[in-house]
Design a protein. Structure first.
Length: 92
């Protein structure tokens, strides 16, 4: 019984730290008020024009985070909603 409890605690700690490690922390793209942001669809269109197959997008902090695939590899692209400039890219 003791072994099971130790394993359960270790798994819980491992899951908690891996979730934190997966968060990239890139969230600062603009200080502009959301009412002035360009549409998220424009960020998706920019990724498509750069050759990515867009899977989905979301708002992450003050960035548009676009998930795309290029040459079989998954990428997270962070665009400024202010001017749609690419601020950061993460290859997965």
């Amino acid at each position: 019984m003791k072994v099971i409890r130790v394993v359960a605690i270790a798994l819980t700690i491992g899951i908690g730290t891996s979730s934190a490690a997966m968060a990239d922390g890139f969230k600062d793209c603009t200080k502009l008020d959301k009412a002035s942001w360009k549409p998220a669809s424009d960020a998706e269109a920019k990724a498509k024009a750069a050759g990515y197959e867009v899977r989905r997008s979301k708002i992450e902090g003050s960035c548009y985070e676009v998930y795309g695939v290029k040459e079989g590899k998954l990428y997270e692209l962070f665009y400024s909603p202010e001017d749609l400039s690419l601020k950061h890219t993460i290859a997965k």
